[in-house]
Design a protein around this ligand. Structure first.
Ligand code: GDP
Ligand code: ZN
Length: 301
């Protein structure tokens, strides 16, 4: 039978399901599902088939669609434990502001690495261009345009660029993340959420600990499409990203990979390194390269 809803939020054993008819209902998975599925049973973005229980207030999740993609967090030293944070994301948009707060580009670099590692197309939103009287925004974020990422310059306050952005969100599941204060809530409001998820009346137990910090929620937009608000992505570690491929996760390095003298070159201080040469010739941004080195050395083994 057909799937009739999508997981909007997971709170402990209960999930809020956004039904295709627009209602939001709490549901619990059928016991057999728990035994059949390994790893994260349910994540925001999972398509499900639910049925209503005649006698009670809850619904039952009968079936969960296979995931096409996932944003995952791998836990180091746990024999490959993986948490699925978002199921089936079509894209990830990382939001920063021109100023207030000033953008921490190393954080953006890390977020982009996580997206690359999960094979999720990424883009950058630069908000508050109304505060950019000196026209610094493009200069600040030029590296990302050069790396091939779409960069949207917007002002939620004046509305500049918001319609163009809305077009790119249509009919897709978009992960939205970025530091606090950049205007994410303001943007979501401007994009007109169609459903207000019930506030968490659930036991305090589930508000504490890591469930809150990584809790994502799905927000349907009036123009079509969903935003997944992921507060947990703010405190970015690297989520167990596979550092063996780190050079590949910087798209602007790709033309040079395979051209170094050593085929296991880490592009740090090896002789005849094509990546370092490209940095010296100004073809790769030095700041992005330094971000690469810092990630490799801080998280690498
Ligand atoms: P969040 O923490 O990312 O959800 O950020 P908020 O949406 O709460 O916004 C933080 C502050 O930035 C609020 O005071 C907003 O009014 C303000 N803000 C949001 N968008 C803009 C913008 O485009 N321009 C300016 N100047 N301020 C903005
Ligand atoms: Zn190299």
């Amino acid at each position: 039978m057909a799937y009739n809803g999508i997981v909007a939020r997971v709170r402990g054993p209960v999930a809020d399901i956004l039904l295709d008819d627009g209602r939001v209902v709490p549901a619990v998975p059928r016991g057999t599902l728990k035994r059949e599925r390994r790893g994260t049973l349910l994540a925001v973005g999972d398509r499900v088939r639910v049925t209503e229980r005649r006698d009670k207030d809850t619904w039952v999740i009968e079936e969960i669609a296979p995931r096409e993609r996932a944003l995952v967090r791998r836990w180091p030293n746990t024999q490959g434990r993986v948490d699925v944070i978002v199921a089936n994301p079509d894209q990830a948009f990382f939001m920063f502001a021109v100023r207030d707060p000033y953008p921490r580009l190393q954080m953006l670099d890390r977020l982009l690495v996580i997206a690359e590692d999960n094979d999720i197309p990424a883009a950058v939103i630069v908000n508050k261009i109304d505060l950019d009287s000196e026209g610094k925004a493009r200069e600040l974020f030029r590296d990302y345009e050069q790396a091939g990422y779409p960069v949207f310059y917007i002002s939620v306050q004046t509305g500049a660029g918001v319609d163009a952005l809305r077009e790119h969100l249509r009919a897709r599941i978009t992960v939205l993340a970025g530091p606090s204060g950049v205007g994410k809530s303001s943007l979501i409001n401007a994009l007109e959420p169609t459903v207000q998820l019930p506030t968490m009346a659930v036991s305090r137990k589930w508000r504490q600990g890591r469930h809150t910090t990584v809790m994502a929620q799905l927000i349907p937009l009036s123009g079509g499409g969903y935003i997944v608000d992921t507060p947990g992505l703010r405190e970015v570690g690297l989520w167990g990203v596979d550092l063996d491929n780190l050079d590949y996760y910087f798209p602007e390095f790709r033309p040079y990979l395979g051209q170094c003298r050593f085929n296991d070159c880490r592009h740090l201080d090896e002789p005849d390194c094509a990546v370092i040469r490209a940095v010296e010739e100004g073809k790769i941004s030095r700041r992005r390269y330094e971000s690469y080195v810092s990630i490799l050395l801080s998280e690498g083994t």
